[in-house]
Design a protein around this ligand. Structure first.
Ligand code: PLP
Length: 416
């Protein structure tokens, strides 16, 4: 099996069903799910409100294509446009985060008449030819042939790179200087694409305000800012509804891409942009499966639930407790180099005690130990996969956070 086929566990798990924050495998084992379908299960597994909306919609019509209007699509688009913070916003639905980013790249390169893209080091933007081509995380970018010219920018990872030793303000200033220097030596790029908190890269983030400072530099030169909110949207980070809001000083991005959590597992992706950008294409553009009734019905029910139950607030409160609890464990376990993140998007970086070298074997061992103890978590990272990723559904209770933290603590303490 090639290494890049990312199947977890020596003996892969076959999931049969789920409820709330739990899933079951084909051997009848029950797991607390701290990875929520790779951040897609935003509210809960088998949430009755979403299940009912999906089954009622299936009884009426599943799909009629974006050649025709349908009520759930229009309603969801209106709500996302309003939540986006982008003035005069338009929404285009796709079926995945990859396709959303491809669409954003298509819009930005067409609008700006440039095929140069700025992307962040260590980033991940999907697995189409364009998205993989601009992805900065080499572990996820198996081609060096890209249809776009991509230049990689410093700053998404606070603890690595040439500016890691600086304090936050000096770090931002150095990254901005570096960006200006890069822009002085290249053809004018179409856009900068960035994840506010890197997902696959191991839940790493820059100091708050970095992208606001970048935005000022970009906008002076007419370059667009694309926020890839595929992992960070919908309140997951607790403090904000969108990840970019940690950088909001100078206003919203020009384009936001989303996917994952909005459908609670249904395949919804999309792009939000001002009308002027969205309308720059002079050819027809449809996505056969984008905006299909069944996924839109799921998205509406899911979004309604997460707003009405203040799941962003729950992510802040329960995520805050979990981060505190894991930091207390980290203080006693030398193999844990850092606990980072925000809300219910928490990264635990593992390193070899003494040398400080990244330790992907330890990450795999912790994953296996957690599984044996009834907990599913994720892993990720840059050059190596040495970070644990914790991203449960946002309905996580304090008791469940405690239960998961206790399992993680046992697993971390068992690292030889
Ligand atoms: N962008 C980010 C930040 C992601 O994390 C991912 C997937 O993990 C994608 C884009 C691609 O999304 P999808 O897997 O839905 O195509």
């Amino acid at each position: 099996m090639p290494d890049w086929l990312a199947l977890y566990y020596d003996d892969p798990i076959e999931i049969t069903h789920g409820e709330g924050r739990h899933v079951w495998d084909s051997d009848g084992n029950r797991y607390l799910d701290f990875f929520g379908g790779i951040l897609t299960t935003m509210t809960a597994h088998a949430l009755p409100e979403v299940t009912k909306a999906v089954s009622e919609q299936a009884g009426r019509i599943i799909h009629s294509s974006t050649l025709y209007l349908n009520r759930p699509m229009v309603e969801l688009a209106e709500r996302i446009a309003q939540l986006s913070g982008i003035p005069d916003a338009r929404v285009f639905f796709t079926t995945s985060g990859t396709e959303a980013n491809d669409t954003a790249l298509l819009l930005a390169t067409t609008y700006r008449r440039s095929n140069t893209i700025l992307a962040m080091r260590n980033s991940y933007h999907g697995r189409s030819f364009s998205a993989v081509g601009i992805t900065g995380n080499r572990g996820w970018s198996p081609t060096s042939l890209s249809p776009l010219q991509t230049l990689y920018v410093h700053g998404a990872v606070r603890s690595r790179g040439p500016f890691a030793h600086l304090d936050d303000d000096a770090f931002i200033a150095a990254c901005v200087d570096d960006l200006k220097d890069l822009l002085g030596h290249t053809r004018p790029p179409a856009a900068l694409i960035a994840e506010p908190i890197q997902g696959v890269g191991g839940f790493t983030s820059p100091p708050d305000g970095l992208y606001a400072a970048f935005r000022d530099v970009l906008h002076e030169r007419g370059i667009l800012w694309i926020a890839d909110e595929v992992q960070t949207g919908w309140g997951r980070t607790g403090d904000h509804f969108w990840g970019w809001q940690a950088h909001a000083r100078s206003g919203p991005p020009d384009i936001v891409t989303f996917a994952k959590g909005i459908g609670n597992g249904m395949s919804i992706g999309g792009v939000v942009a001002r009308a002027e950008i969205m309308n720059c294409l002079d050819a027809n553009s449809i996505s056969t499966f984008g905006g299909t009734q069944i996924t839109m019905a799921a998205g509406l029910a899911n979004l309604t639930y997460l707003l009405e139950h203040d799941l962003q607030g729950n992510a802040r409160r329960v995520g805050g407790l979990l981060i505190e609890r894991l930091r207390a464990v980290a203080a006693q376990v030398p193999a844990v180099r850092e606990v980072r993140g925000r809300g219910l998007m928490i990264g635990v970086e593992l390193a070899r005690p003494g040398t400080g070298e990244a330790d992907p074997q330890a990450a795999s061992a912790v994953l296996e130990a957690c599984r044996a103890d009834g907990l599913l978590i994720g892993k990720g990272g840059g050059h190596d996969t040495s970070a644990l990723r914790i991203a449960p559904p946002l309905t996580l209770t304090v008791a469940e956070a405690e239960e998961g933290a206790a399992i993680l603590e046992r697993a971390l303490r068992s690292i030889p």
